[in-house]
Ligand binder design. Structure first.
Ligand code: 5AD
Ligand code: SF4
Length: 466
């Protein structure tokens, strides 16, 4: 028997890439590859890239510079290391990557991961292999299922892709070009995946897609199901305690989705609903297909259906033509909603997108200043949201031992990390926790359904870092 070859995947960007990385590991396992956390040990290094903003793309090339040295060093010792670039930069730049970084052996777009074994063979034969087509066959059915041991090693929370691609064509966004048109997976396939995960200890499922609530998958009876309907079906699978979905577009929120939050206890009251801007003029230039008041109305409907619901969002500051007045409208919208969390980004022109052709670039210093103002407001809302948990009892799904011995870390409904002193067999359970304090973004408390342990959790025992 030959020794297993080692595979290291470094993922950048979104949750879809994290999930895809796992699928690549599953695809290469039958080829004798085992995963290693250490790039230096690897026989194959895959950079799973993100093209969403310029900085994300540029990281790939600096990483490739480092890998070139490591590859040369390995070659001196007679070891052959292969380097692959996957993900959205691979899709967008194709052959160009090899021209710019000849150290790369394989370029593989997100629709072709099931071809990785063939691409490796082709690279061994020809020195290079590039595949960035959108193949006709369904990559999801072609990808091997994860082995039970792999599922267990990945923990109690799992992503499941339900749709991929996007037809919205927001003018700033590369996704419709790198991930292609919107495709929904059939209900039966998703149910099979979730059942397999649940059978192997997974308790929380996050349904993911670039525009997840555009989901319109075919069910067994030939009908087309919305995301709301799919959530009902998945919630019925034994073992699934919590359901989430990401990322949603406000235009695709329908009543069935809102009602799912009201009617299904497993559906968590936390929705990532990017708005990008609070200015109608900018929203129109972004081709978002909704106004600020449409967004507020949707948030209101969610809140009426489930009063403890909280929101997170994405924002872009400095979109071309954004005036101080437009930016003030964004701040006003943030104040009106009051977010539990949010991500904000400086506009980054992406080649090939309509916004990249627009005049009226906002200067770097104005962008920096607006980003800082927005982040300060969001941070204060997030801090207030987290502080409001102190003194309450909340359900926590326990995930893993914390870095400090004796502590187990889990998450609240709002994805806040919560630390308690508890035995490890609590992992996988949802238990009430009396929240006593907050350290940075982490909540600290005690199990509310068992007597408090003698050795109470102290603030200083929490690990530092996010
Ligand atoms: N510039 C800045 N931010 C962007 N995003 C997408 N494209 C761009 C861009 N060109 C942000 C949006 C999106 C998130 C995933 O990334 O806010 O919701
Ligand atoms: Fe990009 Fe999201 Fe707009 Fe689709 S809806 S184009 S993924 S920002």
């Amino acid at each position: 028997m030959t020794a297993p070859r080692k595979l290291h995947i470094k993922s950048y960007g979104c949750q879809m890439n994290v999930y895809d990385a796992q699928r690549m590991v599953d695809t290469l396992a039958p080829e004798g590859f085992v995963e290693t956390a250490n790039a230096e040990d690897a026989d194959l290094v895959i950079l799973n890239t993100c093209h969403i903003r310029e900085k994300a793309s540029e990281k790939v090339y600096s990483e490739l510079g480092r890998l070139r040295l490591a590859k040369e060093e390995a070659a001196k010792q007679g070891k052959e290391v292969r380097i692959a670039v996957a993900g959205c930069v691979a899709q967008a730049e194709g052959e160009e990557i090899i021209r710019r970084a000849p150290v790369v052996d394989i370029v593989v777009g997100p629709q072709s991961y099931h071809h990785l074994p063939q691409l490796l063979r082709r690279a061994a034969q020809d020195g290079r292999a590039v595949e960035t087509e959108f193949p006709i066959e369904d990559k999801f059915t072609a990808l091997p299922q994860p082995r039970p041991a792999a599922i267990r090693a990945r923990g109690i929370s799992s992503f499941v892709t339900v749709q991929e691609g996007c037809d919205k064509f927001c003018t700033f966004c590369v996704v419709p070009y790198t991930r292609g048109m919107e495709v929904s997976r059939p209900v039966a396939r998703i149910v099979e995946d979730v059942m397999r995960l649940a059978d192997n200890g997974v308790r929380e499922i996050t349904l993911i897609g670039q525009n997840v609530n555009a989901y319109h998958g075919e069910s067994e009876d030939g009908a087309t199901w919305s995301l709301g309907r799919l959530l009902h079906r998945i919630a019925a699978i034994p073992g699934i305690a919590r359901l989430r979905y990401s990322t949603s577009h406000p235009r695709d929120v329908d009543d069935a989705l809102i009602e799912a939050h009201r009617d299904i206890p497993a559906v968590m009251p936390f929705v990532h609903l990017p708005v990008q801007s609070g200015s109608d003029r900018i929203l129109a230039a972004m081709n978002r297909k909704h106004s600020a008041s449409d967004y507020l109305r949707i948030v209101d409907k969610f809140r009426k259906a489930r009063e403890d619901i909280a929101f997170s969002s994405d924002f872009i500051v400095g979109f071309p033509g954004e005036s101080e007045e437009d930016f003030a409208a964004t701040l006003a919208l943030v104040r009106q909603i009051s977010y539990a969390a949010a991500y904000s980004f400086k506009y980054s022109p992406r080649p090939g997108t309509p916004a990249a052709e627009l005049e009226g670039m906002v200067t770097a210093s104005v962008m920096d200043q607006r980003l800082a103002r927005l982040q300060e407001l969001i941070d204060s809302q997030q801090a207030a949201f987290n502080a409001a948990a102190i003194g309450t009892t909340v359900d926590v799904l326990f995930e893993r031992p914390a870095r400090n011995p004796g502590q187990i870390v889990g998450r609240t409904a709002y994805l806040q990390p919560a630390h308690v002193i508890a035995p490890p067999d609590i992992i996988g359970q949802v238990r009430p926790v009396a929240i006593e304090s907050l350290e940075r973004y982490s909540l600290l408390g005690t199990l509310a359904d068992t007597p408090p342990p003698a050795d109470r959790l102290s603030m200083s025992s929490l690990p530092t870092g996010a």
